[in-house]
Design a protein around this ligand. Structure first.
Ligand SMILES: [Zn+2]
Ligand SMILES: [Zn+2]
Length: 472
């Protein structure tokens, strides 16, 4: 489940306006029908709508808050990102229009006025939902109230790449990015995409406008220190602006493009998905690429390594380090980029394929076999998990060969009991797992299920391993 909140700046919001939101949204999407009572899912302060066969959305009114949750029928890691980002845009647009109508008191033009609400992203924290501002760009957030650390990559899905448009063109009356996006900080990935769409000269012009201290001198220094010229200079300049600003925003980027008469719709383009046609089923695309698959790629990537690394989600700083570690060896740079990326929680064949498409390296896709490496996936996943968890609860050495030991050594019946009690798997799932003949195969099926589902099944599984008497 994902939640998002429109929190109104006025302490007291006229109830009429909140109900108007619900009325509008149930005219955009279809009300959900309860499977049990076959009644429409609309109540005094909430309503459920159906987005498509897999996704539902719920609206809740709580005082001056309007809470939106997006739910996938299986689990949250299956939410299709473009569905979340499209719903976000649509909701923000409608809420802005309705609010402008209700709150309009002064004569200033609608686009300059501040939105009468703030947008926050909800994250399950203990038994509650806690909220952080949508402009937060860090990968981690510590809830000030409960002092709990959360990864933010799951919830950033509301700002995932937007849907692809025909020939990557904006609509005729496209005003550029909306206000919610303009207030955000570009991720390194966005700077990489923009760098690829600008000439060296255009980058220099906007850098001179954006950078506050000694821009001309800084530009020369960046030129001298960028080893490979071309893309390196452009990304280093854009990143230099981001790191030296207190809060670098898309708004500042758009302003500088505007001032230099450069098409601002380049920003729309970098917020959209690339056109993609996959000839693989979705389950395969969701797998973590195997080592043997990524090892085939460095021979075909050439000098686009820096760009590929950022597009895959590595930071500019990580890329600068990799570049320094292998100064003259481009192939080892590419290898290190892929090795570093492959163990991130979000690494899948789909992410890799999209990145290659965007870099116009689609021909490289033919070297992929989309195989899975189950033991290794589990090891990587568990290692991640162990790093997050409280150390004293975990035996040292869990990372090594842990998946193998799980497969060969555990008695899964107690683990399954535990998981059923905690409602993360159903008795149907259990039957499916237990239909495999041997203990090893059952354990393999269980692991596959856990990997496929992600959170919260993962955490519960680890808890089960710790609680139930095993030697792991
Ligand atoms: Zn909290
Ligand atoms: Zn546009």
């Amino acid at each position: 489940m994902e939640a998002r909140l429109f929190s109104f700046k006025e302490e007291v919001v006229p109830p009429a306006i909140l109900y108007r939101f619900i009325a509008t949204f149930i005219s955009i999407w279809k009300l959900r029908v309860s499977a049990k009572s076959s009644r429409l899912m609309i109540f005094t302060d909430s309503a459920d709508v159906k987005i498509d066969g897999d996704h539902d959305m719920r609206f809740d009114i709580q005082r001056n808050r309007f809470i939106v949750s997006l739910i996938h029928k299986d689990n949250k890691s299956s939410i299709i990102p473009t569905i979340a980002s499209t719903a976000q845009e649509c909701l923000t647009h409608a809420i802005t229009n309705i609010s402008n109508f209700y709150f309009s008191v002064s004569g200033d033009s609608a686009c300059n006025r501040d939105l009468p609400f703030t947008i926050q992203i909800g994250i399950p924290c203990g038994t509650d939902l806690c909220f952080f501002d949508h402009t937060l760009s860090a990968k981690e957030w510590i809830c000030p109230e409960h002092k709990t650390k959360h990864k933010t990559n799951d919830v950033s899905i509301w700002f995932a790449d937007k849907l692809h448009t025909k020939d990557d063109r904006c609509t005729e009356n496209c005003p550029g990015l909306d206000k919610v996006w303009l207030d955000r900080q570009p991720e390194d990935k966005h700077l990489g995409r923009l760098a690829a769409k600008l000439t060296n000269e255009d980058t220099r012009k906007i850098y001179i406008r954006l950078q506050e201290v000694d821009p001309a001198l800084q530009w020369n220094i960046i030129n001298e220190s960028s080893k490979r010229g071309g893309f390196d200079i452009k990304i280093n300049a854009l990143y230099d602006w981001k790191k030296s600003s207190v809060f670098a925003s898309f708004k500042q980027l758009q302003q500088s493009l505007n001032d230099e008469d450069i098409d601002i719709h380049k920003l729309c383009q970098i917020s959209r998905e690339v056109k993609k046609e996959f000839n693989q089923p979705r389950e395969k695309l969701q797998l973590r690429p195997s080592i043997s698959n990524t090892q085939k790629l460095p021979d075909h990537i050439g000098n686009q390594t820096f760009q590929l690394g950022i597009e895959l989600g590595l930071s500019v700083v990580e890329m600068q380090q990799i570049e320094n570690d292998h100064v003259t060896n481009l192939r080892s740079q590419t290898e290190e980029v892929l090795n570093k990326w492959r163990i991130l929680p979000e690494a899948t064949y789909e992410v890799l394929a999209k990145a290659l498409h965007r870099l116009q390296l689609s021909s490289v896709l033919s070297y992929l076999t989309y195989e899975e490496d189950l033991e290794e996936q589990m090891e990587v996943g568990l290692a991640e998990k162990v790093k997050e968890g409280p150390q004293e609860q975990v035996e040292v050495g869990l990372k090594e060969e842990v998946a193998n030991r799980i497969i060969h050594d555990i008695q899964n019946s107690q683990i399954l009991d535990y998981m059923i009690t905690h409602l993360v798997i159903s008795s149907d799932d259990r039957r499916r797992i237990e239909q495999h003949a041997g203990q090893d195969d059952q354990n393999r099926a269980l692991l596959r299920e856990v990997i496929k589902r992600g959170e919260p099944t993962y955490t519960l599984f680890i808890d089960a391993l710790r609680t139930v008497d095993t030697q792991i």
